[in-house]
Design a protein around this ligand. Structure first.
Ligand code: NAD
Ligand code: ZN
Length: 357
């Protein structure tokens, strides 16, 4: 048995308004006149938040397009442009949902590692640390703020740059930044966390480390989505900590069926992570009966639309593509179904599952 030696985020600041400390926090990380680069989710263009970015000297603010989940080509373009303009930078700070945070992690790594980010899609392929990087979530749920990966769609695969150099040096958890997120988006991303908890807590890889965080995150999700009748500031506070704890839970265990299946949807149809997980989880009663029952209650209570029949009319070849992508996720299947998962999850059974979506 080889135990994971888990590299964590170095510094965490939590609290309403903690974003105001950013200037002070990054000051010691500035290297001469090399700029800090802020990658801000394009949703915040012309917003008050854009005017609160602590720009100094040659600092650069880039509004990143997160219409699609991050691509290796986009990461390479941003890093290439920065190298051309500045040579080197003091750091990269990602502010936004999981997409903007993942872009920041990847760009930081590509400021120092040669070649294309596509060369590093996999496990422990990144060999040298990136420049200083900080993550600041404006949506809660993905756990990208604590994870050792940055999920990228490359020329041949959708796979993260998983490495000990990937976690942020600093995260700023300011729940005020998640206020006013659209109800559906907030739900889809929040459910990513809920699903992380269910998949971790029911998985065969479960251990007390994962359980401690997973149970707390699950309880927080239930408080905001099941018990409370209206969304308020406290809900933002709780969901932000749920995301953090949910991320810590899966870091030391693994996700499961919903993630394995939704990867296939993302690859073929471009379905985004949060909504894709919801579409799949909605149909997983046979694997997660209690979780799916509660999920449906939360969907109803929060008046959310979960898209239906999204795989209707796809060809055999397209179904096979999704099945191939999904079955590559071996640790996820093993966590969900145990060592004999290959006997349990046949291509036919997976095809039937995809047809339900
Ligand atoms: P997202 O970052 O893709 O953003 C979704 C939408 O919400 C975008 O249109 C964005 O502009 C908008 N948005 C962001 N903050 C907002 C706010 N406060 N108010 C209103 N709109 C806002 O969504 P997400 O669900 O946070 O992240 C999904 C991404 O995270 C995917 O790319 C996925 O691959 C990645 N992910 C990464 C990890 C990891 O460990 N690295 C884990 C899970 C998911
Ligand atoms: Zn997820």
């Amino acid at each position: 048995m080889k135990f994971r030696n888990f590299k964590m985020v170095d510094y965490v600041v939590y609290g309403r308004g903690s974003f105001n400390q950013l200037d002070e926090i990054i000051a010691p990380r500035r290297k001469g006149d090399a700029p800090m680069v802020f990658l801000l989710d394009h949703f915040f263009e012309n917003s008050p938040l854009a005017h609160r970015i602590p720009l100094r000297g040659k600092d650069k603010l880039i509004f990143v397009d997160v219409t699609y989940e991050p691509k290796t080509t986009y990461v390479d373009k941003i890093a290439g442009d920065l190298k051309q303009e500045f040579g080197t930078v003091s750091g990269v700070i990602g502010i936004g949902g999981g997409s903007a945070m993942d872009l920041a992690k990847a760009v930081s790594l590509m400021m120092t590692n040669p070649g294309s980010s596509a060369d590093y899609q996999g496990w422990d392929l990144v060999k040298v640390p990136g420049v200083y990087k900080a993550g600041i979530p404006t949506l809660s749920g993905t756990g990208a703020e604590v994870s050792r990966t940055t999920v990228l769609t490359g020329p041949t695969k959708k796979l993260g740059m998983n490495s000990d150099f990937t976690p942020f040096d600093q995260i700023v958890l300011d729940p005020e930044l998640t206020a006013n997120a659209p109800v559906n988006q907030r739900f889809y991303t929040g459910m990513d966390c809920y699903i992380h908890c269910i998949e971790s807590l029911t998985g065969t890889y479960l251990n007390e480390f994962s359980k401690s965080y997973g149970e707390k995150a699950l309880q927080l999700c239930q408080e905001v989505y099941v018990k409370k009748d209206t969304w308020d500031a406290e809900s933002d506070d709780k969901l932000m900590m749920a995301s953090y704890a949910g991320g810590m839970s899966i870091a030391y265990s693994q996700v499961g069926v919903a993630h394995a299946v939704s990867y296939g949807l993302a690859y073929l149809l471009g379905t985004k992570h949060g909504i894709g997980n919801c579409i799949v989880f909605d149909k997983l009663e046979e694997f997660y009966p209690e979780g799916v029952y509660e999920f449906k209650k939360m969907v109803e209570k929060n008046k959310i639309d979960i898209p239906q029949h999204i795989t209707k009319g796809l060809t055999d070849e397209q179904f096979n593509t999704m099945i191939d992508v999904s079955l590559v996720m071996k640790p996820l299947w093993e966590n969900a179904l145990g060592k004999d998962w290959e006997k349990l999850m046949t291509r036919d059974r997976l095809r039937a599952l995809y047809e339900k979506l």
